[in-house]
Design a protein around this ligand. Structure first.
Ligand code: UFG
Length: 339
């Protein structure tokens, strides 16, 4: 069974390709290489023994998207990762973000509607909840006004799919709202490749330990949390990748009672910034150079998932720990820096 993974050379995409291959799916990847490297294909092949089909294509090129789908009518499902994802950049370049993330979604969805098997998995984010009123966060929690154009593209993206599902009963779609994806494949053959200075905590930690950055700044220690630092639900990217496979299988086996569903994908456990640092130091035996700094604008204080729905309905559960994730992230950093 052939599955299309857009953005399949990216961080979450590449790990999902491997998990799909592990379950016997044939994978075709579309990626425009704007924030990924062609060598990721070698990493995927080294793990699974199978080189996925690859098409270098920018999904904003509508006619090429249509041609692609005409040539691949046998696709049974699409997992759509391709999108720009830097929160800060989206504030400075809103039009680029709306153009990239929404046009591409619309073009892909239009083509999916013509497939015999119109199954679609959308890469959404816990950012849609903003600072939730209740923790842990349920899927039924209200969607809050987006803090950034990036966050808004995820909200609007979900709405586009909801509206389409209402009038196109052949379309079956699932949005997965990820909490904070971290870590890398245990083989250290694929992982995260941030461009420039990392904005996210874990790549900043591993780059600091590797000597690329002088010091990690912990953004605020005066929040109303047990140790004063912000709390997030850090999910191992391999667990997250597996959630995509399970969600796709649900659609293929027609187990979905509605043609649109949404699931939180997290561990259900919140960890503070200091706990993440402690985990890193424990599993690596290294001492991390960090200091407490000012709060970062736009940070929510706490976000962690209620995972009952994904556990019970999808039959999926995060299996790997924060320590596993930090260990794999460090192994990957050492691999790419030849340490
Ligand atoms: N942090 C630091 N120092 C850093 C980087 C991060 O202390 O150098 C802290 C942040 O303040 C936050 C925590 O580490 O408390 C996690 O920050 P990340 O940037 O790794 O993750 P976010 O929770 O901010 O970002 C996530 C997703 C985005 C999404 C955003 C919405 O990665 O895609 O949530 O809030 F848009």
């Amino acid at each position: 069974m052939k599955v299309l993974v857009t953005g399949g050379l990216g961080f979450i995409g590449s790990h999902t390709v491997v998990e799909l291959q592990n379950k016997g799916f044939e994978v075709v990847i579309i990626d425009n290489l704007s924030n990924s490297s062609i060598e990721v294909l070698d990493g995927i092949e080294a793990i699974s023994g199978v080189r996925p089909l690859f098409e270098e294509l920018d999904l904003k090129e509508k006619s090429r998207v249509e041609e692609f789908f005409k040539a691949h009518k046998d696709i049974v499902g699409v997992i759509h990762f391709a999108a720009s994802k830097a929160v800060g950049e989206s504030v400075n370049e809103p039009l680029m973000y709306y153009e990239n993330n929404l046009n591409t979604l619309i073009y892909v969805l239009k083509s999916v509607l013509h497939l015999d098997s119109a199954n679609f998995i959308f890469s959404s984010s816990c950012t849609v909840y903003g600072q939730a009123d209740e923790l842990p966060i349920l899927e039924s929690a209200p969607v809050k006004p987006a803090e950034s154009p990036y966050g808004n593209t995820k909200q609007i993206g979900e709405e586009i799919i909801v509206d389409t599902c209402k009038v196109r009963s052949n379309l079956n779609a699932i949005s997965l709202r990820y909490f904070n994806p971290i870590g890398a494949h245990a083989s250290a053959k694929i992982g995260e490749l941030p461009l420039g200075v990392p904005q996210n905590l874990v790549p900043f930690i591993t780059q600091t330990a590797a000597g690329l950055r002088e010091q990690l700044a912990v953004f605020g220690d005066d929040y109303p949390t047990p140790d004063g630092t912000c709390i997030r639900d850090y999910i191992h990217v391999v667990d997250l990748a597996k959630a995509h496979v399970v969600a796709l299988q649900r659609l293929l086996e027609k187990k979905n009672p509605e043609n649109y569903e949404v699931f939180n994908i997290g561990t259900g456990k919140g960890s503070s910034v200091l706990e993440v640092i402690q985990s890193f130091e424990k599993v690596t035996g290294l001492k991390l150079n960090y200091k407490i700094a000012e709060r970062r604008a736009g940070d929510v204080i706490q976000a962690f998932a209620d995972t009952s729905k994904s556990n019970e309905v999808l039959g999926w559960k995060a299996e790997l720990s924060l320590d596993d994730a930090m260990e794999s992230a460090w192994k990957w950093e050492k691999h790419i820096r030849n340490i």
